[in-house]
Design a protein around this ligand. Structure first.
Ligand code: 5AD
Ligand code: SF4
Length: 449
């Protein structure tokens, strides 16, 4: 359907987006909200009473899926109390299990595949024009996408998708199956979105992709991600640039130099290593060894000595022995990460690792996770303690939820900082210099100068 600008089936009606998963989903959720507002819907305070509910799903681990299935189940009762409510299930679970979901949960009206975020408006309008019926979108992943209207959640920090999909096929990961192959947005398109956001008062930009270091490879060119960082760095008004996620195999010296040399690119490297044993890394199809990862960390430290380095780690991948796990512990100690996101391996059917022999029992995985978190917590605290006595540029976010007299914000290295307002006024997106006085595992506290 070709939509007329004045077609407003949502006038006087409301919507709510229930979002789960990664930053790419947060970004997509903003596009769902933008298109709903284009159609005249207004944001509801609560999903129960909304006329349209979008559940934007994640399937990266079973725990996420279970939580979301619980919510979809709950919506059956919610809808019984609101005849005519439209329930849309979008995102990675819709892409993976759409047919199954729609059979099992009759309350679902629409399924939106991961590559159809920007067609949502037309799909919903078609559904409304058909006045019901279980219309749902086809799940094919088209080659290219554009970026339509969005309602940004933050007033100063903007998600900027630079590419979609993933070509890596790590053996544990479902993402390539639900997000398709890598497709990059053009530099012009990206820069235009950044410029528009600057004009609307945005200061911080997070460039998003499942593997940002591969940006532009599909154009047949190398070194494009470093070029993109340098180009965005030149956009007047941009104050901070972040990006995620990086793949250690594809993270080159050119990108590290761009971070070192570009004024606005933040000194924070999120480089998931996943496992410390080269044997497990091979089974994961990660494309690097423990030694190569450590060389990469050394290069980062050489070019950007003050960088914060963070990572993702999986414990209990099939065949992981106690010795392999100890390699993970020793790598964590050796690098001294600023923070780590730690996960228990979750079997994702359809991925090669799900069929591997030697699945690790859950109690062993849980025990390993606890040991790993203990080691990393020591690192996090030690790294945060190094900040005490120094002053950092903090981008203010807002008052803390339980105390309006305490504000929070982030350093360029992405550390969470709290400070008392002492009666002073602060604005979200304002730069504040904070002298750090105390450190905890997850945050630091100080005084604004
Ligand atoms: N089990 C556990 N963790 C996983 N991740 C991805 N797939 C799985 C899985 N099957 C983790 C990886 C990735 C992060 C986003 O989620 O560590 O970097
Ligand atoms: Fe979850 Fe991965 Fe989909 Fe993000 S891309 S929502 S992490 S499955």
């Amino acid at each position: 359907m070709n939509l007329d600008k004045d077609f407003k089936p949502g006038a006087g009606k409301s919507y709510f987006v229930l979002n789960y998963g990664c930053q790419m989903n947060e970004s997509d959720a903003e596009h769902y909200a933008g298109q709903l507002e284009d159609l005249g819907y207004a944001k509801a305070d609560d999903f129960h009473n909304a006329d349209v509910i979008v559940v934007n799903t994640c399937c990266v681990r079973e725990s996420a899926e279970k939580r979301i299935l619980g919510k979809i189940g709950e919506l059956k009762r919610v809808k019984e109390n609101h005849p005519g409510q439209v329930i849309c299930v979008a995102g990675c679970m819709a892409q993976k299990d759409g047919e199954k979901l729609i059979k099992k949960h009759p309350q679902i009206d629409l399924l939106i595949g991961t590559a159809h975020v920007n067609s949502f408006k037309e799909i919903l309008a078609d559904f409304i024009a058909a006045k019901g019926g279980r219309v749902y979108d086809d799940m094919a992943i088209p080659d290219s996408e554009f970026e339509g209207n969005r309602v940004r959640q933050s007033g100063f920090s903007a998600w900027i998708p630079i590419m979609y999909g993933c070509n890596n096929f790590c053996t544990y990961c479902i993402v390539p199956y639900v997000r398709g192959r890598e497709r990059s947005r053009s530099i012009e398109n990206i820069v235009e979105e950044v410029e528009q956001a600057v004009a609307n008062g945005y200061k911080e930009f997070t460039l998003l992709g499942q593997n940002v270091n591969s940006y532009g490879k599909d154009f047949g060119e190398k070194g494009m991600f470093a070029k993109l960082l340098r180009r965005v760095n030149e956009v007047p008004g941009v104050e901070r640039i972040r990006y995620m996620t990086s793949h250690p195999r594809d993270m080159g010296e050119d990108v590290i130099r761009a971070v070192a040399e570009c004024e606005h690119v933040c000194e924070n490297f999120h480089i998931p290593f996943q496992a410390g044993s080269s044997r497990i890394l091979k089974l994961m199809n990660r494309g690097y060894t423990r030694e190569q990862y450590l060389d990469l960390v050394a290069m980062i430290r050489r070019y950007v000595p003050d960088a914060a380095i963070t990572t993702d780690i999986i414990v209990g991948f099939p065949c992981e022995t106690e010795e392999d796990f100890e390699d993970t512990l020793s790598l964590v100690k050796e690098v001294g990460f600023d923070a780590a996101y730690t996960f228990i391996y979750s079997k994702r059917s359809g991925t090669p690792a799900a069929k591997m022999e030697g699945q690790v029992p859950l109690d062993v995985k849980k025990a390993r996770l606890n040991r790993l978190m203990e080691v990393q917590n020591v690192n996090s605290l030690a790294r945060n303690r190094e900040m005490v006595g120094k002053t950092y540029e903090v981008l203010a976010e807002g008052p803390s939820a339980n105390n309006p007299n305490v504000w929070s914000g982030r350093t360029r290295t992405n550390k969470l900082v709290l400070w008392p307002t002492e009666g002073r006024e602060f604005k979200s997106g304002q730069k504040v210099n904070v002298k750090i006085e105390t450190a905890q595992t997850w945050l630091v506290k100080g005084q604004a100068e």
